[in-house]
Design a protein around this ligand. Sequence first.
Ligand SMILES: Cc1cc2nc3c(=O)[nH]c(=O)nc-3n(C[C@H](O)[C@H](O)[C@H](O)COP(=O)(O)OP(=O)(O)OC[C@H]3O[C@@H](n4cnc5c(N)ncnc54)[C@H](O)[C@@H]3O)c2cc1C
Length: 473
Amino acid sequence: MIIKNEHSAVSPYLKDASNFPGSSADAVVIPETTEELVAFLKDNDQPVTLSGARTGLTASGIPLSGLVVSLEKFRQLEGPDAQGKLRCGPAVRLREIQEHLKGSGWFYPPNPTEALASVGGTVATNASGSRSYKWGATRNYIEELEIVLVDGRRATVRRGQSTRDPLVFDDGSRIVFPEIGYTSPDCKNAAGFFVRPGMDWLDLFVGSDGTLCLFTRIQLKLLPDPADFLSGILFFKTEEACWDLVEALRSSDEEHIRPCALEYFDRYSLSRLKTEFPTLPSFAQAALFFEQDVPDEDAFDAFLESWYEFLESREVDLDASWFSQSPADLEKFHEFRHRVPLIINEENSRNNRMKMGTDMAVPDSRFQDMMRYYRATLEEAGMPYVVFGHIGDNHLHINLMPPANQRERALAVYDRLVTWILQNGGTVSAEHGIGKIKKDYYRRMVGAETLDQLIQIKRCFDPRGLLGQGNLF
Ligand SMILES: Cc1cc2nc3c(=O)[nH]c(=O)nc-3n(C[C@H](O)[C@H](O)[C@H](O)COP(=O)(O)OP(=O)(O)OC[C@H]3O[C@@H](n4cnc5c(N)ncnc54)[C@H](O)[C@@H]3O)c2cc1C
């Protein structure tokens, strides 16, 4: 086991993509095997924060004190087997999985924009991406987890093991799921513990924000690889034209119009992309990235024709829009999407500004109202902002980018947006989790009484409160 305690070796573990200030740790512990990890935890009584690839946006992998545990040596990758099961260590990056699966005939649908994230981190945050519009978030693809509790107990948890039965550990001890009245909202949601009557234990651990256990081995479920993707970036003269198209696509019953991704860019996102993508049309007030999976190659032209016909009658500038002609185009479009949060994060870092980004979603019925409320509120605020993201799921990321002397005002704007979202049946986090920076919003979302019930779950697994201190509660 490697233990690093010099400042220069610890400091890279004190920062993630949130720019959260106030992190601190005495040392970083890097076990090489599960046995080493277990032996260390059995003797440990200091706070432990588990670090993944530190691409998180809520500081949940960043320590406030005590020790960082990094499972960066857990990098095994086996499979896929004939049933499409892939076994991997938590430190394997998403990009490595994508590379590994090329030509295998199998496909791992969750595609968070940040492909450098570790599988362990994406399980802990139940990460999702552009294709979650069709295929859902990470939770749907977790078949088995080896978990280790912060006291060193260990268990293998499989799909189908219900929380109606106790969870049994290697030493014979058991945890019984506490009786609680709360049920997680029925929309895209990554805020806090997932709770449904009779759910599987796996569903509790996925999305637990580094607070319940450490994942040391992960088994993923894969899908058969689509033969191809039809993809494009559509440009609009007005924002409303784009919003209307999204609703039309969602309600279409045409068999070839079943997009797996619908991603939005407002005019401020586009103005930031213009330098790197100079052919971007200057009239564009909004853009929509779509992807349509094509199950077999012979069907490609039929899909293309249907999309063209569908779009011809809408207010989209087809001549100026971009359509993929090759795998290189597909990659370019993904890069176009990926660059927006990166440019914003770089801009924030340059200005020493903590990220102030929303991650909220509402049910479909509130979509147009939400878009109009966002625009009116943000324009009235009179400070720089950018809106982009998963418009198909009514899940947009608003980034407020105030000058240093307007931070308090920006927080007040954020607060107004939260109030509206909660009044309209939404969630304060649909994808990044709560971590350390959205706890107040989480409390508002679930209420004090429910929060007490959720803390009971945490106590079953970690009564001393050592793991992931400062996350969620
Ligand atoms: C440019 C950019 C774009 C992004 N786009 C998306 C997106 O589209 N969708 C999305 O969902 N997220 C997105 N994110 C956020 C981030 O990539 C995800 O939250 C990701 O899941 C974090 O993974 P990580 O390995 O970096 O984990 P970290 O940030 O290191 O940690 C995140 C959490 O996971 C826990 N953890 C890590 N490893 C383990 C383990 N082995 N066992 C138990 N807990 C563990 C940590 O303790 C922490 O609570 C983006 C981030 C950036 C910077």
